[in-house]
Design a protein around this ligand. Structure first.
Ligand SMILES: Nc1ncnc2c1ncn2[C@@H]1O[C@H](COP(=O)(O)OP(=O)(O)OP(=O)(O)O)[C@@H](O)[C@H]1O
Ligand SMILES: O=C(O)C[C@@H](O)[C@H](O)C(=O)CO
Length: 331
């Protein structure tokens, strides 16, 4: 049991809002990007990865976003459909904007980075008019991804989605998803992240991401409890602060603090941990798991995904996560 109230009469469980992109992951790993020659293409973008994760976990998942009017746009939409994601909220952009690309680098399992190509990125072209109140109110929850706040008109579109969600009792998950190169200044970032976090029920981010939000109001804060408590004065019911392989902490507006377990693995790369964690955590919360169990699901999913060379393509099923946890507990 957890204390988040999801409306039971909804057609969809989750609608993710924001970035649909492409990841190009090097096939030759453990070397710098300049020495990588061949790449495999995957659907990427943090909210897209989370949507694939929740759909693989049998949550009825939809997506609101824009794709380019070209072959990559078609590839992304088809991939979502193949993964049973409802694409009725996806608009084909006619402005000539292009799909954002992320070239990942795996120098070693612990030294991962990415180079993003995001000039005129189509995901930031989503318009407030693309957000349908009827569609949002069909869902138990929405997931907002912070990068969508980086520029107009996407920023306004997110706030319209938040407005409809609050009006219709749709639970708001907010993954901070801070990508510095998408923003103009730290002040701009802090302002818009704060406005969105104030309207969110569950806020998920790393320690560094919360520091980014707080840098104007309380630059000295580095304490998880102080950070979490701030958001309980608004709408937050759960604040999750992630600390990489050290695990994560959940704080609740009821005064609980839960330490999430970690499943130690030898990673192939570390990116994808956050998205798989979020997808499985959301699955757990919507299925009324207690918070510790939902975090355990998230951690297991992350451990599975970081041992592979992809994010979206490796998102596990419920059975795979359960088997992984059972095996880990025996060892
Ligand atoms: N090296 C690791 N080994 C085992 N589990 C890990 C490791 N790294 C991350 N995790 C799991 O994934 C969860 C989320 O990871 P993390 O805190 O790195 O998020 P993130 O920074 O958003 O990830 P990403 O690298 O995808 O941006 C952690 O709480 C932990 O359960
Ligand atoms: O979010 C992105 O645009 C890139 C992701 O798809 C990428 O694989 C990653 O960073 C996952 O953490």
């Amino acid at each position: 049991m957890n204390h988040i109230k999801f409306q039971s009469d909804r057609e969809l469980d989750l609608i993710a809002v924001g970035r649909l992109g492409i990841d190009l992951n090097p096939n030759e790993i453990n070397r710098p990007l300049e020495e990588s020659i061949t790449f495999t293409r995957y659907v990427g973008g943090s909210p897209a990865n989370i949507a694939v994760a929740t759909s693989r976990l049998d949550l009825k998942t939809g997506f609101i976003g824009r794709v380019a009017d070209d072959q990559f746009g078609t590839y992304i939409t088809n991939y979502l459909k193949e993964n049973n994601i409802d694409t009725n909220g996806i608009v084909v952009d006619k402005s000539g904007a292009k799909t954002g690309l992320a070239f990942t680098e795996v120098k070693s399992p612990s030294e991962c980075s990415l180079i993003m190509y995001r000039n005129n990125a189509v995901d930031l072209k989503i318009e407030p008019e693309d957000i349908s109140e009827e569609y949002i109110k069909k869902s138990k929850a929405i997931l907002i991804s912070g990068t969508a706040l980086a520029a107009s008109p996407s920023r306004e579109a997110v706030f319209v989605a938040l407005e409809y969600a609050r009006k219709h009792g749709v639970v708001v998950f907010f993954d901070i998803d801070y990508r510095p190169y998408t923003w103009k200044s730290e002040a701009e970032t802090a302002v818009y992240y704060s406005l969105a976090a104030e309207k969110s029920d569950v806020i998920i981010g790393t320690r560094e991401e919360f520091d980014t939000i707080e840098h104007l109001t309380s630059p000295e804060t580095k304490d998880d409890f102080v950070t979490a408590k701030h958001w309980f004065d608004y709408n937050a019911k759960i604040v999750i602060i992630k600390h990489g392989k050290e695990g994560s902490y959940a704080y609740t507006d009821e005064g609980d603090k839960v330490k999430g377990v970690v499943f130690p693995v030898v990673p192939l790369k570390t990116f994808g941990a956050g998205d798989s964690y979020a997808g499985a955590l959301i699955y757990g919360l919507i299925n009324d798991f207690n918070i510790a169990k939902a975090m355990e699901f998230g951690a297991a999913s992350a451990s599975i995904v970081i041992t592979t060379n992809s994010c979206s393509a490796s998102m596990p099923t419920v059975g795979q996560i359960e088997d992984f946890i059972a095996t880990a507990k025996k060892e």
